[in-house]
Design a protein around this ligand. Structure first.
Ligand code: C2E
Ligand code: MG
Ligand code: MG
Length: 592
């Protein structure tokens, strides 16, 4: 094998002390044959050509790779250079840039004889003679398939969901942005659909997480194969999917796709030992360009929330009315941030009476908010917004403090009633914090856990969040009393109801108000009262407005009555005056 180094290093005058020269000398002291042997043995392909691209040397690695489509043979043109140097003009450009830059590197994918592919990194170095003319080209190649594969895997992972292999949220937004930019000039529409599986957490609970995961994978597969017109199908998060349709010129084609999607979900999903039927809610936002991708996604998301509120298997197309609702929600959210510091909030109290004696036994604290720009805002409207935005923790703590202050006043005057406070499930998630805050407040106002009753809703039980269960256990262990509020309106879970020691059950006002007109509601109310009795819980009937309702509640043996028939919510001051008046009436009666 021939090896002719053409370039001898020039030795400088300071050779004795020059580090660079010392190194050159070590190399130069090696016989050429040894250097040739080393180059021959290295584990990368080394080919040296003359300035024409004719191979003058190829090391063992270069000639032993037999599965390369074209072999490197000494005295033949290097196949790669041959390809690159086609045409005089091309040749001149490449060679001159190689001489200028000395080194040129690129990665290429090659197909081997067995049709597999391999990535190789090719580096070319130009060797010039003493006059600066190109005399040799050294080409090194090495296999970087593994490196490229792991890079490609990393790239794939960053854009795909691991479970379903669908594209992920980030990639979807990127694509949506591109589509919006492309379609903005045309007369074409873009339809963005957000899909949210109905009661997916119930499926997870009932069948286990591995079935839940498999179901998500099966759904992804069905969507992919059965919606060929979708430009993009991705997984947004948990049980939410996102679909993008381009060029949708009329609403009917969106409706067409919605029908297909509903059919996809409504057909049974088969597993080895069971089959599962699902349904889905769909939120749609439409754009004919000019919209912002994030806004479009937000609109579809709020449409799916509205769809969920109207029941399973439903869809909502985002429109102006919804937009108005979203706008109002964001106005409320912003105004809420300064509601406490602007003194816009007040806690009202609605007295609750003993069903036999009619005496006030406790009072429910109900938050009231008046904003100068928005007017009176109902808690039924702002509490869910506070929960979604996380502001409920701050509001809830503020309410707790106001209530503790009030109860401390009642205690000073020995008024025999306790307060009921609504606590949102979101507040209880931060369990240690809630427990600590609550206990610290009781201590600060010299109260005991018997002075307050906490009202939680059924949704808390439905969440089945371990943190909720822990908080409840912790508070129950500290002798705190709990009432289940609005019972019957959510997904009543008897299992969780019996799992914790709730003291009281509040029958929701929607039942009480229908008991006289609806046989069905009457039966449900009777059944709820029966459950409470069986579990040894006290009962409060909420929303009692008429004598007839009161008589019905008494027939159910309800212990307490809350409703406009007795008292409406009132300011703390008004309640205080009422209590004092009742106390003095009682004293006068006793004196007689
Ligand atoms: P809730 O806890 O079920 O409170 C009872 C609701 O029923 C109150 O509505 C009360 O004014 C109303 N009500 C009572 N008796 C009658 C009646 O005879 N007829 C009618 N039509 N209504 C009656 P409000 O004050 O509008 O509160 C609505 C909901 O907002 C509450 O329902 C509660 O879930 C929530 N909320 C209120 N204040 C707070 C709070 O401080 N924290 C939290 N987390 N939620 C609160
Ligand atoms: Mg309540
Ligand atoms: Mg209630």
């Amino acid at each position: 094998m021939l090896f002719q180094p053409t370039h001898r290093p020039v030795i400088c005058a300071e050779r004795a002390s020059c580090v660079k020269c010392e190194q050159v000398e070590i190399v130069n002291t090696l016989p050429v044959a040894v250097i040739a042997k080393i180059v021959d043995e290295v584990a990368l392909s080394v080919v040296i050509t003359d300035h024409q691209g004719i191979i003058r040397y190829a090391n063992r690695h270069a000639t032993s790779v037999t599965d390369l489509p074209q072999q490197r043979q000494v005295n033949e043109t290097d196949p790669l250079l041959d390809e690159l140097l086609i045409g005089e003009q091309n040749k001149a450009i490449i060679l001159s840039s190689l001489i200028k830059q000395k080194r040129w590197q690129f990665d290429q994918k090659i197909v081997l004889h067995d049709d597999t592919t391999q990535w190789e990194r090719v580096s070319m170095s130009a060797i010039s003679d003493d006059e600066g003319k190109l005399c040799h080209i050294v080409i090194y190649r090495h296999d970087i398939t593994e490196e490229r594969n792991s890079l490609e895997q990393l790239f794939y992972n960053s854009r795909h969901d691991r479970l379903t292999k669908l594209v992920n949220k980030d990639f979807c937004i990127e694509q949506l942005q591109k589509s919006l930019a492309t379609f903005s000039s045309d007369n074409c529409n873009i339809a963005l659909l957000v899909l949210d599986i109905d009661n997916f957490h119930v499926i997870n609970e009932a069948h286990g997480y591995s079935i839940g995961d498999q179901l998500l994978k099966d759904i992804a597969a069905r969507l992919t194969t059965q919606l060929p017109t979708a430009k993009l199908i991705g997984r947004l998060s948990g049980d939410k999917f996102i679909l993008l349709f381009n060029g949708v010129n009329a609403l009917y084609s969106v409706l067409d796709n919605i029908e297909t999607i509903q059919r996809i979900f409504n057909r049974e999903f088969e597993f080895t030992d069971r089959s599962i039927l699902t349904s889905v809610c769909i939120g749609v936002s439409l754009s004919s360009g000019g919209s912002d991708a994030i806004q479009l996604l937000r609109d579809a998301d709020s449409a799916v929330h509205h769809a969920k509120a109207s029941g399973k298997n439903s869809y909502v197309i985002f429109n102006e009315q919804l937009k108005h609702g979203v706008l109002r929600s964001s106005q409320i959210e912003v105004a809420m941030r300064s509601a406490i510091s602007n003194n816009e909030l007040a806690v009202y109290f609605q007295p609750i009476v003993d069903s036999h004696s009619g005496q006030i036994v406790c009072a429910e604290a109900l938050l009231r908010w008046h904003n100068p720009a928005l007017g009176w805002i109902s808690p039924a409207e702002f509490i869910p917004i506070a929960e979604q935005s996380g502001q409920i923790v701050k509001l809830g703590n503020w309410v707790l403090e106001q209530v503790c202050q009030q109860v401390a006043q009642w205690r000073q005057l020995a008024l025999p009633l306790y307060a009921c406070v609504n606590v949102s499930a979101v507040q209880l998630i931060e369990h240690y914090q809630f427990y600590a805050t609550f206990m610290a407040l009781l201590e600060r106002y010299d109260l005991t856990s018997a002075d307050l009753e906490l009202e939680v809703t059924e949704s808390l039980m439905l969440d089945n969040d371990e943190r909720h269960a822990e908080t409840l256990q912790q508070l129950i262990a500290a002798q705190c009393r709990f009432a289940i509020d609005d019972f019957g309106t959510g997904f009543s879970s008897l299992k969780t109801l019996s799992q914790f020691e709730f003291h009281k059950l509040k029958i929701d006002k929607s039942f009480i108000q229908n008991v006289l007109t609806s046989k069905r509601d009457r039966s449900v109310t009777q059944a709820i009262a029966q459950i409470a009795k069986t579990l040894d819980m006290q009962i409060t009937a909420e929303g009692v407005e008429t004598d007839e309702m009161l008589q019905f509640c008494k027939s159910l043996e309800c212990d307490f009555i809350q409703g406009f028939l007795f008292y409406k919510p009132m300011t703390a001051k008004a309640l205080f005056a009422l209590l004092q008046q009742q106390a003095s009436m009682l004293e006068t009666n006793e004196a007689r």
